[in-house]
Design a binder for this molecule. Structure first.
Ligand SMILES: Nc1ncnc2c1ncn2[C@@H]1O[C@H](COP(=O)(O)OP(=O)(O)OP(=O)(O)O)[C@@H](O)[C@H]1O
Ligand SMILES: [Mg+2]
Length: 286
């Protein structure tokens, strides 16, 4: 790996995979789901927001039941791509297909029904400040299902234990650390047993131990439930240990997409600069 990632963090990825046993790319590679037809496809998506072309012909396939991570510089269009996949932003041109259905042709009801299959955690991991942790996590169950309180209690207790916060239900968000807030948001995203989970920077701004704990938690949860995960991340290089596929976004276009190892080995100078974090390369800030 250190050959693939010259100049990456001093700790090196070989050491990382010892620290993070069982979740190195090779570990995930060996349990890659073989079903190859994409669950989500973006085809020629072009979108202009406030006069700025933010997506410029994005064509992208997301394989089912694998972890796909979207990386790129700030402002490249990563969050906007996620918003298109969820149907929160509509393209001016092109299609967003989920299971072959163009989600922008769905009725409002159809789109809401589709979103019931999704779990979403946005960049801020925002929780309802006036609600306890328990009520935050229970919220989707109360809003979208007819589950009784007993059933809800059981499910919320189960997901809070899963994210390592078994005794936190009675607390309010402002009584939690940043890492705990992310884990609660993660629990809320997973409480409906979603088929597809979208995470926008679930670990940004957290200390490295919590960051890696959350990435490990995502990986462990994926191993258990095998959902499709699409995650935006700036956790370079450690994120490479945790995903099957990488998508590199550059200025509203897809610069590269494919299995993690093949993207890390890419000779594209921009991709190389991004994955190594090298200050010298096609992107120059100084
Ligand atoms: N609602 C909006 N209205 C107008 N412009 C927007 C809107 N949302 C995003 N943009 C613009 O689209 C571009 C891409 O934004 P996006 O949020 O996708 O970036 P990003 O790659 O997620 O960046 P970061 O890593 O900083 O989160 C930016 O130039 C941004 O200003
Ligand atoms: Mg973003």
């Amino acid at each position: 790996m250190s050959e693939i990632l010259p100049g990456c963090a001093p700790i090196g990825l070989e050491v990382m995979s010892e620290i993070l046993p069982g979740c190195a790319p090779i570990g995930l590679e060996s349990i890659r789901n073989q079903d190859s037809s994409p669950i989500i496809r973006l085809v020629g998506v072009e979108t202009t927001l406030l006069g700025q072309k933010v997506l410029d012909g994005v064509t992208l396939d997301i394989p089912p039941r694998q972890i796909t991570v979207i990386i790129g510089l700030s402002g490249a269009g990563k969050s906007v791509i996620l918003r298109h996949m969820i149907g929160l932003t509509r393209p001016d041109r092109g299609q967003v297909l989920v299971d072959g259905v163009d989600i922008n042709l769905l009725s409002r009801k159809g789109l809401y029904a589709l979103r019931d299959r999704f779990g979403v955690m946005f960049q801020t991991g925002a929780l309802f400040e006036s609600m306890t942790v328990f009520d935050n996590v229970a919220f989707p169950l109360r809003e979208k299902t007819k589950s009784g309180e007993g059933e809800i209690r059981e499910k919320v207790t189960q997901v809070l234990a899963l994210v390592g916060l078994p005794d936190t239900g009675g607390k309010y968000p402002d009584e939690l650390s940043g890492g705990m807030v992310r884990r609660v948001a993660l629990a809320r995203a997973m409480v409906m047993d979603p088929e597809i989970i979208f995470f926008d920077e679930p670990t940004t701004g957290l200390d490295p131990i919590i960051r890696n704990s959350i990435l490990k938690l995502l990986c462990d949860t994926w191993r258990e439930f095998s959902f499709t995960m699409v995650m935006v991340s700036h956790d370079i290089p450690e994120i490479f240990n945790w995903c099957h596929n990488l998508v590199v976004v550059r200025a509203g276009k897809i610069a590269a997409a494919g299995p993690t190892a093949s993207i890390l080995a890419s000779e594209d100078p921009f991709v190389q600069q991004l994955v190594t974090g090298d200050f010298a390369g096609p992107v120059s800030l100084l």
